[in-house]
Design a binder for this molecule. Structure first.
Ligand code: ATP
Ligand code: MG
Length: 417
């Protein structure tokens, strides 16, 4: 009965509307999925929070590691269960509060089970008085302050044992996974696009990923393993993810052969958008996501962004457009993509880079530059070469399936016909 209990608080903001039940259902599912494999006796929902009763042998460290990545949680706490007795309650509240440093405090009781014989007020003042005496006895300079105290000792009266906690652990924030619809993210091996993906997932979007790769000079130098590594870090936030891997070198060679040097990079980007769009439609995604940040590199001047975007039909979301590289890198550190993005790899883009890139392209200029290219054929060629790697996160582990072509080869098609 005395296994720790996790009290999970969610943001109130998204609870106002009629979608309350939908969001809470998704958060509940996410919590259950995230904790898969950890002994959990029950997850309850008294009032405006979740109460996760852990079972025999649950590792708290592992619980933290899992909950950390559940979007929609404002904060959570590891609570101590106490028998339903005022004296025991005071003693455990003291155990919880004693090691913490603060100058003002309050005791807050939430009573979702009215069979407990003491009222909320009685319990708050009894425990508050007890704690104050104990603190004073230690010579600590503290006082009770009901409004904005530095420390709040929370007591939850739910059916079963009482729960006590004073340490709030910040949650991942955001909206619960898979509540906002689908997006397709162009994922390079760099820092930015992985962070861009994180921001959109945090708002509840479910992302598929598209990575364009060249052939590494030597085996192992390809960027494919970097893209896979990034998806592995990101998939726990949304539980499943697809990574489309598009061979791009042949397409680049065509562009290099037929288009003016200064706009090569911009034409690469336009082809990437077109191919990503086909894959996005396959997944019923409504928009694309990129890691663009205004003015960061030559291809991301305002004019170039607009000229490149003109090739796409779908909206393009750029969550990093107004952020600094320093902030992006700090987020990459926080979410654990930094080291993977730092790995050296053979990116497809620096190949055949122009010596003097165009800084302010116009859409018509790019369309003209593409005149000698068979754009639909190149898109089809990209899709034909695409392989799909599927990832799933369960029991705290990420598993990947063997990559498969998205367009079955003729042989496979006749075999299945
Ligand atoms: P990143 O650090 O994510 O690579 P970046 O600052 O290097 O971004 P660019 O290389 O100009 O920027 O790319 C801009 C955006 O285009 C990327 O954030 C990504 O969304 C997309 N992109 C670029 N290269 C690729 C690629 N090889 N595969 C998929 N998407 C790509
Ligand atoms: Mg890049």
């Amino acid at each position: 009965m005395n296994h720790p209990v996790i009290v999970v608080h969610y943001h109130e903001l998204w609870l106002k509307g009629r979608n309350r039940r939908f969001f809470l259902g998704k958060l509940f599912t996410a919590l259950r999925q995230a904790l898969q494999g950890i002994p959990v006796a029950r997850i309850e929902q008294p009032g405006d929070r979740f109460v996760v009763r852990l079972g025999e042998g649950a590792s708290l460290e592992e619980v933290h590691r899992r909950i950390e990545r559940v979007f929609g949680i404002a904060y959570y706490a590891v609570a101590r269960p106490v028998e339903r007795d005022m004296e025991a309650l005071c003693r455990i509240a003291w155990e919880e509060v004693e090691p913490l440093r603060f100058a003002t405090f309050a005791v807050r009781v939430k009573r979702s089970d009215k069979t407990f014989p003491h009222t909320t007020m009685e319990t708050e003042s009894a425990v508050g008085r007890y704690l104050l005496e104990k603190l004073r006895a230690q010579g600590r300079d503290v006082r009770v302050q009901l409004k904005d105290p530095e420390l709040t000792c929370h007591i939850e009266v739910t059916p079963g044992p009482l729960l006590v906690y004073a340490r709030k652990i910040p949650g991942a924030g955001g909206l619960p996974a898979n509540t906002a619809g689908r997006l397709t993210c162009l994922l390079s091996g760099g820092y930015d696009s992985a962070v861009a993906a994180y921001h959109m997932m945090k708002r509840g979007a479910h992302l598929s990923f598209v990575h364009f790769y060249g052939t590494g000079a030597r085996p192992g130098e390809s960027s494919l393993h970097v893209a896979s590594g990034l998806v592995r870090v990101l998939v726990p936030y949304q539980f499943r993810a697809k990574l489309y891997r598009v061979p791009f070198e042949e397409i680049q060679r065509e562009i290099v052969r037929y288009a003016p040097e200064g706009v090569r990079l911009l034409l690469y980007r336009r082809m990437m958008l077109r191919i990503a769009e086909v894959l996005a439609r396959r997944d019923r995604a409504l928009a694309l996501v990129t890691g663009d940040s205004l003015g960061q590199v030559a291809s991301q001047t305002l004019r170039n962004l607009v000229a490149v975007e003109a090739a796409a039909e779908m909206p393009i979301f750029r969550p990093l457009i107004g952020t600094d590289k320093m902030d992006i890198l700090a987020t990459a550190h926080k979410i654990g993509t930094y080291d993977i993005s730092s790995e050296p790899f053979h990116d497809c883009c620096p190949v055949f880079l122009p010596r003097t890139p165009e800084l302010s392209a116009r859409p018509e200029e790019l369309t003209e530059a593409e005149a000698k290219l068979d754009v639909p054929a190149l898109v089809a060629q990209g899709i034909r070469g695409t392989t799909l790697e599927k990832f799933a996160y369960a029991g705290g582990r990420v598993e990947a399936e063997e990559p498969k072509p998205v367009v079955p080869s003729d042989k496979q098609r006749t075999a299945t016909a």
